[in-house]
Design a binder for this molecule. Structure first.
Ligand code: ZN
Ligand code: ZN
Length: 137
């Protein structure tokens, strides 16, 4: 027999997972810290541990995927679960999905005598916003 006590933690977990998925979908890419900050606006009591557990569970289910870490090394999640490549700004950490694989992969493979490339490509640099700010400064 199920009591309210045994049902409620599960229900709460599902509620957080749904919210977390929504946040990642909205941001495109998000770290646990960013998700926690956003979630706090609706659920002030939610803990970092809850967010860590929920994102780990969502990732293991394949509902979200791992994105390249931010410049501080913090793990980030991706709402796009289809394998894809990224551009990352090393100054502000901006992450953008890029569609270069079809063009770049054959060139890289030719360079390495036809060895097959299975990893995703992350190109890093300075985003437009950061370039403009550097020009002003
Ligand atoms: Zn930037
Ligand atoms: Zn991505």
């Amino acid at each position: 027999m199920l009591t309210m006590e045994t049902i409620s933690p599960q229900t709460r977990q599902t509620k957080y997972c749904t919210q977390i998925e929504r946040i990642i979908a909205e941001f495109g890419h998000a770290s646990n810290a960013e998700i926690l900050a956003e979630l706090h606006q609706t659920f002030p009591d939610v803990s970092a541990t809850t967010v860590h557990r929920a994102t780990a569970r969502l990732a293991s289910r394949g509902e979200i995927s791992l994105a390249p870490a931010d410049p501080t090394g913090a793990m980030r999640y991706d709402s796009n679960t289809t394998p894809h490549d990224h551009f990352m700004c090393t100054h502000c950490g901006l992450l953008r999905d890029v569609d270069i694989a079809d063009k770049v992969r054959p060139l890289l493979m030719a360079e390495i005598d036809g060895c097959d490339i299975s990893s995703r490509i992350t190109v890093s640099g300075t985003c437009k916003t950061c370039t403009t700010q550097k020009d002003i400064a």
